[in-house]
Design a protein around this ligand. Sequence first.
Ligand code: ASP
Length: 344
Amino acid sequence: MNKTGEISVMLIYTGGTIGMVIDPNTGSLVPVDFEHISDQVPELKKFGYNIRSVSFDPVADSSNIDPDLWVKMVNTIEENYDNYDGFVILHGTDTMSYSASALSFMLENLRKPVIFTGSQLPIGVLRTDGKENLITAIEIAAFQKDGTPAVPEVCIYFDNKLLRGNRTTKTSAEHFDAFSSPNYPPLAEVGLHIRFNYSQIIYQEVIKKIIFHKKFDNHIAVLKLFPGLNRSFVNTVINTPGLKALIIETFGSGNAPTYKWFIEELRSFISNGGIILNITQCHGGTVEMGLYETSREMLKAGVIGGGDITSEAAVTKIMHLLGRYDNISSIKSLIDKPLAGEIS
Ligand code: ASP
């Protein structure tokens, strides 16, 4: 809130469908001029907030989002952190869950809302879901409870639901309801009213200064198991030059084949200093290592259980921890503990 009591929200357009309009000359989709977003969404003027828009140049389809662009998002937030009450990041839906997860780890001690949104249909087409998503994301970013932001977290707002970003996954390429949060309830549900689920939102008990983390190390791999897994493929993945951490997407509650060779491959990677995290391919539920014989051997070999973390949060968390710490034992001790509410 500025000195006159006006709420300020910053919109950061990174790219994606939401920012597209149809070029009247060519008929094809082109990015909108975000500096003048209220020409497309005149409703924004009715808020009475100070809304400033900035756009990445060039804009990025979210398939091209990478750690450098996460740093660019965080730099924009850092430069403007003291001057805005909340931030809305407009982003393509395809990798939005990765970016929201990454930013949740990069913004330690966050005390302001950072709300990702996007749309399935461009803002410039008649049936767009983009306008409602944008308008409500701004309202949530601006919403205050007892003089402080109602949701000081990195979230995704989409199709009437506010979800903790690092709990989400994109589950539909067709429906407006594109994101799910299988293991954590919505932080708010939107109908006639915006109903916040205050007991599920993280509030800092002791106020600490925000820390902007900007280093990632991408020497990681994700191995999705399937029946009939080929030994030489596993061996090639594990022997990828420079590989520091491997995420295995296992079956059910964290189960894998008990083939001797498979366990041997994992054991040798770990004894050479590698980290292995076990996450489940299931959309809901958690890894429980040791529950079945099919995970007991992995546990003995030193594989770490990832609980109910999503694949998106696991990937970004490990790249973040590898970038932040040199010491393998520090990383191992943090990997299965919640840093930003990503694991139950
Ligand atoms: N391909 C687009 C993207 O993720 C789709 C979208 O915006 O929804 O950037």
